[in-house]
Design a binder for this molecule. Structure first.
Ligand code: PEP
Ligand code: MG
Length: 620
């Protein structure tokens, strides 16, 4: 009704822009809230979104959420009014950038651990080890503790202010968006116009919650519950949470974000959720407060002493004395690694016997490059260029600029040419459908077929290198998915021809390759004659060694299998050029010592792992 009135009132020409959801997460609550916040800046313009045959106001979080827009779907942004042109340009740009920056909450890799007592397996939310009794979560709802004298409208306004203050106070942290998201939920028209009584307010919350039930947005229900609690608190109604006065591991069904905030000030050692998800807002907060936590669907009750080993995904309800000793040692080591590692993250990493180990970062764009710098990376071991331009083919200038900005940050950097195909696709690159894409046109095979794209990328890299010189920088260009010497030679010859054609000086550039196809292991002598360096992609190497697709939903190859370790030993022995490991294995705790003993002196991992990996190596 409201919307219709507004639409008919305006007669100006609308500005229409088509935008696409590019984040893996789809259009979820946090980006919606951020976007709505920007839309509100254009008070003289009416901004609506058209999708799935509906038109909804772009200031209404619940309505936008109910569009359920997934990755790959598009919508039309419609701006009508005085500032329509500016709004359209600004909001389109804001939306595109926001999509690129939307972090995908990755599943946390679990390490292996063996205990004597039986264990219950769970999904890790936040790493760490907790040893304490299990305490069920108990709340007592107190109906009215005091009369604050506020009306429901005042209580809603206070809640909005409180959430905005929380957002401002935590603005530099990723989790701040949670408060902004909740503020936008409670700012929806339905609360503004229809909440005349507390009863009606509670009914509306109930309606919104039931709309989300059994949808993919069900994990947002706790946000409505949270907002409900905050409003009730301003009306003088609070629920009292009872927690033990000794260290405890909390056992709860699920938690509200505000509950996590309250609990972190108690003697909480760990959390077990029975119905939560690792991507919920409560889980994001558990990670940011570093509270060891897991999701375990098995019914559990209070118990005297438990071990929660979230690093390996184990819960022990009746640990033996040996288990307790082991867990305590592990806990001490883990905490020390986190704290010491962070403090010394910019220091050189030297093993106990004096070997210097370089810890580089795997990155995919400028943001992750900056993060790597901040976490103490000694350089970049893998720049995955296929993620730099996810939406549209970049112009030559855009490509050069993007590389240049990243090159400027580091003295040593390995840039990998496009590695698409298999599990990586780009909307503007057409790869024919294949029955076994992981065994088809992937990585260098694609670049050798689509040489124009390959040549354009090489030239952009060369020009970016020229722009950051003269400084003591070495830029290493790495070819992915090489399986034969001929393939490497062909790729390198193309690179040399492009350089010659454009008069490029190659003195600061090296050419190397990924070792991720097993055939390479049997031709290292020949490869040694032609490459400048190697980097082992254990993610793909494992996939091809065991013939198990890396994205397979049920089959999982053993990430630290003795067969894989044996392959790594052979490679270390047979290469005579600098080599690093850039697959996930490089960051796994249980193999760090073994990899160094094999002779690997350069490891490349995701930025967040750098401080603790460096610290672990200092004790090897
Ligand atoms: C690998 O395969 O181990 C690797 C680092 O490359 P990607 O994960 O990008 O395929
Ligand atoms: Mg790979």
């Amino acid at each position: 009704m409201n919307l219709l009135k507004k639409i008919f009132k305006k007669r100006e020409t609308p500005f229409l822009t088509t935008l696409t959801i590019t984040s893996e997460n789809g259009l979820h609550l946090r980006p919606i809230a951020k976007f709505v916040n920007e839309v509100k800046e254009f008070s003289d313009t009416e901004v609506t979104i058209l999708a799935h045959n509906q038109e909804v106001l772009a200031t209404q979080v619940p309505k936008l959420l109910s569009l359920s827009l997934e990755k790959g779907e598009s919508f039309t942004l419609k701006c009508v009014g005085k500032e329509a042109l500016e709004a359209s340009a600004y909001l389109s740009d804001f939306f595109t950038t926001m999509m690129k920056e939307d972090l995908v909450e990755k599943e946390i890799l679990q390490t292996k651990e063996s205990y004597e007592a039986p264990t219950i397996q769970g999904k890790t939310i936040a790493q760490g080890i907790a040893i304490a009794p299990l305490a069920p979560y108990e709340t007592r709802r107190v109906s009215q503790t005091k009369d604050t004298g506020l009306s429901i409208k005042d209580a809603i306004r206070r809640t909005k202010e409180e959430l905005y203050d929380l957002y401002q106070a935590n603005k530099t942290n990723h989790e701040a968006q949670i408060f902004l998201a909740q503020k936008e939920l409670i700012s929806a028209d339905v609360f503004r116009y229809e909440c005349t009584t507390v009863r009606r307010f509670l009914e509306i919350i109930k309606e919104e919650v039931s709309r989300l039930e059994n949808t993919r947005f069900a994990s947002r229900i706790p946000d409505y519950r949270d907002v409900e609690q905050r409003v009730l608190k301003h009306l003088g109604m609070t629920s009292i949470v009872e927690v033990p006065s000794k260290p405890y591991i909390l056992l709860a069904d699920d938690l509200l974000p505000s509950e996590v905030m309250k609990l972190q000030n108690t003697l909480i050692e760990g959390v077990i959720l029975q119905t939560g998800t690792p991507t919920s807002h409560a889980s994001i907060l558990l990670r940011s407060f570093a509270i060891p936590s897991m999701i375990i669907n098995t019914p559990l009750s209070a118990n005297k002493r438990a071990i929660l080993d979230a690093n390996s995904g184990n819960l022990l309800l009746e640990p033996t004395n040996n288990d307790l000793r082991k867990a305590m040692d592990k806990q001490k080591k883990f905490k020390k690694e986190q704290e010491e590692g962070y403090r010394k993250r910019f220091d050189t990493t030297t093993t106990k016997d004096g070997k210097v180990i370089k810890i580089l970062a795997n990155i995919s764009d400028l943001e992750s490059a900056k993060e790597a710098k901040d976490e103490g990376a000694d350089g970049i071991g893998l720049l995955r260029t296929e993620f730099l331009f996810r939406e549209e083919k970049p112009t030559h200038k855009e490509q050069v600029n993007a590389y240049q900005k990243i090159f400027e940050l580091f003295n040593t950097l390995t840039i990998r040419t496009l590695d698409i195909g298999g599990d990586k696709s780009l909307p503007y690159i057409n790869i024919p459908q294949e029955n076994n894409p992981f065994l088809g046109i992937r990585g260098i095979r694609f670049s050798l077929q689509e040489q124009t794209l390959f040549q354009e990328q090489l030239l952009a890299i060369y020009q970016a290198v020229e722009m950051v010189m003269p400084s003591a920088k070495i830029i290493k260009i790495m070819f992915p998915m090489i399986s034969t010497v001929e393939e490497f030679n062909e790729a390198k010859n193309i690179a040399l021809r492009v350089a010659k054609h454009h008069n490029i000086n190659l003195s600061t550039i090296q050419f190397g390759m990924m070792i991720e196809v097993p055939s390479v292991i049997f031709a290292l002598k020949e490869f040694n004659q032609v490459v400048d360096f190697y980097s082992i992609g254990t993610n793909d190497l494992t996939q091809y060694l065991f013939a198990i697709e890396r994205t397979h939903p049920t089959l999982h190859a053993d990430a630290t299998s003795p067969m894989l370790m044996s392959a790594l030993k052979t490679i270390a022995k047979d290469v005579n050029k600098p080599i690093s490991i850039c697959g996930e294995l490089a960051g796994l705790e249980e193999v760090t010592k073994e990899l160094i003993e094999m002779g690997y002196e350069t490891l490349s991992v995701s930025a967040k792992l750098i401080p603790s990996l460096k610290e672990r190596i200092r004790h090897v």
